[in-house]
Ligand binder design. Structure first.
Ligand SMILES: [Zn+2]
Length: 296
């Protein structure tokens, strides 16, 4: 496939904008979660402080509301909302109260932009029909939801249901697109069932064995969405393998240095997402290499 620089720049800019949107959603979802927790459970002191700071966002609509500074409630103008550019110009601070904005927003913006560009460059299927272009778009849009899960789970050890169900919904659209363009529909469905068993079913077994201690129910739902998006049991296996492999690379050194205790919680969501991206973009290539080694 010919890689067009123009398309790279376009999808990169598109990714910056959607990453910025993801950043705003993360705080709104967190505010709504704390509002719910406040009436359900006893909150810790840090959660109470966080709730105080985010309280104004609990009234904001999730999808269409003006963004504001979390400290002084300054309503951001259009020129404060240019992804990355505004953050750099304002040196990461609020225009009005000069409080630090934090790194979450620019990192999400760059993260989603890089994901979009890599997805376009490495996409393993030929982009020769409307269906295959739609599949790439569905994959990219799912990446915005996954970016939210990534930071949310890393920060608060939780995956919001709304995002998980959105990702499952996007996965179902992906399945419909594959079924529509495939001649062997039974094969496609069996493949998806296999992928779901690997990425979601196994986590469900671990969840049952550990009584929900090692793994949260959010991971099981996330695994289901990811298996719908990969729609291939071999790719699901690569995703699981890569997630665990990277998990070991992160966990073992931090256990040796004592940073991580035996009972420390490990967010599985981000690991699973990294494994998923690797499987989706280079998984078929890895399978080809593996098969050619076997044939020698
Ligand atoms: Zn401010």
């Amino acid at each position: 496939m010919n890689i067009s620089i123009f398309v790279c720049v376009a999808v990169g800019l598109f990714g910056l904008c959607l990453g910025s949107f993801a950043g705003a959603l993360v705080w709104r979802l967190r505010a709504k979660q704390l509002l719910k927790d406040k009436s359900d459970i006893e909150m810790s002191r840090s959660e109470k402080n966080e709730y105080k700071r985010l309280k104004k966002l609990t009234r904001a609509s999730l999808l269409n509301d003006r963004s504001q500074c979390l400290d002084c409630s300054y309503q951001l103008k259009w020129y404060d909302l240019i992804p990355l550019f505004s953050w750099v110009v304002l040196k990461g601070r609020c225009r009005k109260c000069h409080e630090k904005i934090g790194y979450l927003e620019p990192m999400l913006e760059v993260g989603v932009a890089v994901f979009f560009i890599l997805s376009y460059i490495l996409w393993p299927y030929p982009l020769d029909s409307t269906i295959s272009i739609l599949r790439l778009l569905v994959w990219m849009i799912s990446g915005v939801g996954l970016a939210i899960v990534f930071v949310y789970d890393l920060k608060w050890f939780l995956i919001p249901n709304r995002v998980n169900f959105t990702i499952i919904g996007i996965g179902l659209i992906n399945i419909l697109l594959i079924l529509f363009s495939s001649t062997n529909k039974i094969d496609v469905l069996l493949n998806i069932v296999g992928a779901s068993i690997i990425l979601s079913g196994l986590y469900y077994v671990i969840y049952l064995i550990s009584n929900g201690k090692w793994i949260g129910f959010g991971d099981i739902k996330l695994g289901l969405g990811l298996s719908f998006l990969l729609a291939d049991w071999k790719l699901a296996f690569i995703a699981l393998f890569a997630a665990n492999f990277i998990g070991c690379l992160v966990v073992i050194p931090s256990m040796i240095t004592g940073k991580l205790k035996r009972d420390s919680r490990i967010p599985f969501g981000p690991l699973l997402i990294i494994g998923f991206v690797i499987a989706g973009l280079v998984g078929t290539y890895l399978i080809d290499v593996y098969m050619s080694i076997l044939l020698i």
